[in-house]
Design a protein around this ligand. Structure first.
Ligand code: SDX
Length: 441
């Protein structure tokens, strides 16, 4: 049997052989299906890309049915248990686990870039005291493109490598500065004698002590959370980074686009929304009544559901275990009982089971972040720190891919046919015209 599809166009009776490669067909093959001489051919229609591959990638493998997640072939369970974020960032960006010398060089090179230009402090001080830190991160990372004009040379390998080290190094610093700004605390400079995540905790939480000593359990747990969030193939924010990056803009602007996409409640903003939901439910006794509201469609159960995972999100399984390790140090976050009851009831309810809605990476992560002392608005910022390595690897893979050009999808036009302009004085009052589409604005 040949690896092809035979498509018969019943409008003309013609048949076409289309090759199947990597389990996909090139949708441009549909252009040959023409009903007449002036027909442009058949177009694929797939709003929000539920069944469209936008690229070939070697970075992350997901199997939604079996709950499998691998970075460059390594299972997430092994990386979460045995690796660390900087090593995973190297793996995701470069494709292989580093040897001792390569890791030492990588760690040194990233650490060299944890400082930010002093003007960044002035820039961040311009935000309101109550600005959402994700908005501060979005604006500040975008602004970095004005500090590094050399970054626009995106087709230069050494420039891509330098910006990659700069962004992985600086994201925690900017995130910490955003936190310190909304708290009204002075900024803390990087302490490069600490680990990547230890330094982040120091920039966040150091007060009057001469040197901050991170709690090793908290440091390890947060580092593991960065590992779990490091990449996730073509999710919404990665798609944004690839699409914006395909115009050959600098990587700071492309990563800012990813931060903007991640900010939304359907994506990285869900971890903040989950804790707000759990707080509103308040207690285990209120859970059953709340589930009825989610089933009615009044609101979504945030932290549940996924475009790809249709059984379980392997990251959620790991995070749930991690929570109890953190609680050993911080004390138990009572919201975990509400979350566990919510999960128990939902997983027994046909509404969720039929729709294959299971806890995703965001369902339990916020409970841990809150126990660590982060305000809810910082939760998506923590997600962004981890995902920066993935965004950069995906961006570089797109730049290097000879099959990739500027991302410019087509549409199915359903609007008005050609019509002539009507001078203002000759137009009938809008109220007389039922077809005025005022709800479009
Ligand atoms: C992340 O893509 C990634 O990989 C993302 C991510 C990553 O690492 O990058 O994994 C991180 O973003 C995780 C998802 C975080 N978001 C949330 O938890 C928000 C709540 N979940 C949803 O809004 C939703 O499930 C999505 C956005 C995650 C997935 O949306 P889909 O695939 O477009 O599914 P859908 O909206 O078409 O829903 C299918 C059905 C609908 O019901 P019907 O119209 O068929 O009756 O399921 C229902 C939805 O109403 N549904 C939910 C629901 N999610 C979907 N009903 C109640 N609660 C929910 N959470």
């Amino acid at each position: 049997m040949a690896d092809t599809l035979t498509i018969t166009d019943n409008r003309t009776g013609k048949s076409y052989e289309v090759p199947i490669e990597n389990g996909a067909i090139p949708t441009t093959a549909l252009l040959q299906c023409r009903a007449s001489e002036d027909d442009v051919g058949v177009r694929g229609y797939d709003p929000s890309f539920t069944n469209t591959a936008s690229c070939k990638s070697r970075i992350t493998f997901l199997d939604g049915e079996r709950g499998i997640l691998r970075y460059r072939g390594y299972p997430i369970e092994q990386l979460a248990d045995q690796s660390n974020y900087l090593e995973c960032a190297y793996l995701i960006v470069k494709g292989e686990l580093p040897d001792v010398e390569s890791f030492a060089r990588w760690e040194r090179n990233v650490t060299l870039h944890t400082m930010v230009h002093e003007n960044i402090k002035t820039f961040i001080s311009g935000f309101r005291y109550d600005a959402h830190p994700m908005g501060i991160l979005l604006g500040t990372v975008g602004a970095l493109s004005t500090f590094y004009p050399d970054a626009s040379d995106v087709e230069n390998l050494e420039s891509r490598r330098l910006q990659t080290r700069r962004l992985i190094g600086k994201l925690p610093t900017i995130a910490a500065y955003a936190y310190r700004h909304i708290r009204g605390y002075p900024y803390i400079y990087p302490d490069n004698d600490l680990s990547y995540t230890g330094n982040f905790l120091s920039m966040l939480f150091r007060m009057q002590e001469r040197r901050y000593k991170p709690d090793p359990v908290i440091e390890r747990a947060l580092d593991t959370l960065f590992v779990l969030h490091a990449d996730h193939e073509q999710n919404c924010s990665t798609n944004a980074v690839r699409a914006v990056g395909s115009s050959l803009v600098d990587p700071y602007s492309a990563i800012a686009a990813g931060i903007a996409a991640l900010y939304g409640p359907r994506h990285g903003g869900a971890n903040e929304a989950v804790v707000r939901t759990l707080q509103r439910i308040g207690s285990v006794g209120n859970v059953a009544r709340s589930v009825a509201q989610f089933k009615s469609g009044e609101e979504r159960l945030m932290g549940f559901g996924h475009r790809v995972y249709k059984n379980f999100d392997p990251r959620g399984t790991i995070i749930k275990k991690l929570a109890y390790e953190v609680f050993e140090v911080t004390g138990k976050n009572p919201l975990i009982d509400v979350a566990l009851e919510l999960e128990r009831i939902a997983l027994e309810d046909d509404y969720f089971v039929e729709r294959k809605l299971y806890p995703n990476v965001d369902f339990y992560s916020g409970i841990i972040y809150q126990a660590m002392g982060f305000p809810m608005t910082m939760f998506p910022v923590l997600f962004a720190i981890g995902r920066t390595a993935g965004w950069l690897a995906q961006w570089a893979e797109m730049i290097r891919d000879p099959e990739q050009r500027i991302a410019r999808p087509r549409q199915l036009y359903c609007g008005e046919d050609e019509r002539d302009y009507i001078p203002l004085d000759d137009r009938s009052p809008a109220g007389d015209r039922e077809d005025m589409v005022s709800d479009d604005i």
